[in-house]
Design a protein around this ligand. Structure first.
Ligand code: PBG
Ligand code: ZN
Length: 326
């Protein structure tokens, strides 16, 4: 008699497995983060993120062309300034690397969705995501600067601006400034539930954006908190966010799942630099199979509830999915 229930029957052949598969990862789910830098002819390896590069504006479209040809729907741009100062003023320079990269990408791959990260930490000499007043990151004084940065991205042609600073009220401040300037169609992807995570380490090396004193725990979320993520999401939605993000992804799958269950807008998950670097490092040692681990990771993030995933593996994953989707 035993066992009458044999779940293995449904796994016997690949055809049966395909029929029963609950989550399908596709290239449509992927967004490629890219770093735009000043200068010309630059394609510089980022040591802590093998396979990722610093691109000057004249060359960044080589990479976006690859992404677009493979069917990746979107890129997310970060900028490295010529020089840093206390208020991060290059963040809203119309001639900055990000602003010019947006223009270049929009003219060579107009169908590619261009998202921009709006923050100050790459641009400030102290490395914090906002203005410093009396030794602390000042919330309200920062809002105007973030909105100026977001506006400069919109003027350059960005489809989506993505504030990653975690100041309170920034979605509303950005929406007002965008609408006031007639950019009612530019969407806001808010880094709504962004945790104070050590997984950002490789990125901070890439962006030279590590805080020069203290840390980000007075504005990014405490990794121990779950319900607070729902509050952050609710506030950003009320302020006008069109999409929300959970970040990082792997150590926060319960957050992705909880946010996705309640959220009426698309939910993004950021598979961050440290998550990527761990796969790269172990694969380089021959300890894991990069392709299989990366695809397993991405499908798991989708299974948790993400509608799309920001990943440094986007181009590789798109290629792998095209070659052999199983
Ligand atoms: C800027 C920003 C960071 C990341 C995205 N936007 C770094 C930080 O908050 O310290 C991290 C991305 C990654 O690790 O891949 N605020
Ligand atoms: Zn920042």
């Amino acid at each position: 008699m035993f066992p009458t229930q044999r779940p293995r029957r449904n796994r016997r052949t690949e055809s049966l497995r395909r029929l029963g598969r609950e989550t399908i990862l596709t290239t449509d789910d992927l967004v490629l983060p890219l770093f735009a830098v000043p200068g010309e002819g630059v394609r510089r390896k980022i040591a802590s993120m093998p396979g990722s590069y610093h691109w000057s504006v004249d060359r960044i479209t080589e990479e976006t062309a690859r992404a677009a040809d493979l069917g990746v729907p979107a890129v997310l741009l970060f900028g490295i300034p010529e020089s840093k100062d206390a208020s991060g003023s290059e963040a809203w320079d119309p001639g900055g690397a990000v602003q010019r990269a947006v223009e270049a990408i929009k003219s060579s791959q107009p169908e590619l969705c261009v998202m921009t990260d709006a923050c100050l930490c790459e641009y400030t000499d102290h490395g914090h995501c906002g203005l410093i007043e009396e030794g602390d990151v000042a919330n309200d004084a920062t809002l105007e600067l973030l909105a100026k940065a977001a506006l400069s991205h919109a003027e350059a042609g960005a489809d989506v601006v993505a504030p990653s600073d975690m100041m309170d009220g920034r979605v509303r401040a950005i929406r007002q400034v965008l609408d006031g300037a007639g950019h009612t169609d530019v969407a806001i992807l808010s880094y709504a539930a962004k945790y104070a995570s050590a997984y950002y380490g490789p990125f901070r090396e890439a962006a030279d954006s590590a805080p020069q004193f203290g840390d980000r725990r007075s504005y990014q979320m405490d990794p121990a908190n779950r319900r607070e993520a729902l509050r952050e999401v609710a506030l950003d939605l009320a302020e006008g966010a069109d999409m929300v993000m959970v970040k990082p992804a792997l150590a926060y799958m319960d957050i992705i799942s909880g946010v996705a269950a309640e959220c009426p807008v698309p939910v993004a998950a950021y598979n961050v630099s440290g998550e990527y670097a761990m796969i790269k490092a172990a694969a380089a040692k021959g300890w894991i199979d990069e392709r299989r681990v990366a695809l397993e990771t991405l499908v798991a993030i989708k299974r948790a509830g993400a509608d799309f995933i920001l990943t440094y593996h986007a181009i590789d994953a798109a290629r792998w999915l095209r070659e052999d989707p199983s």
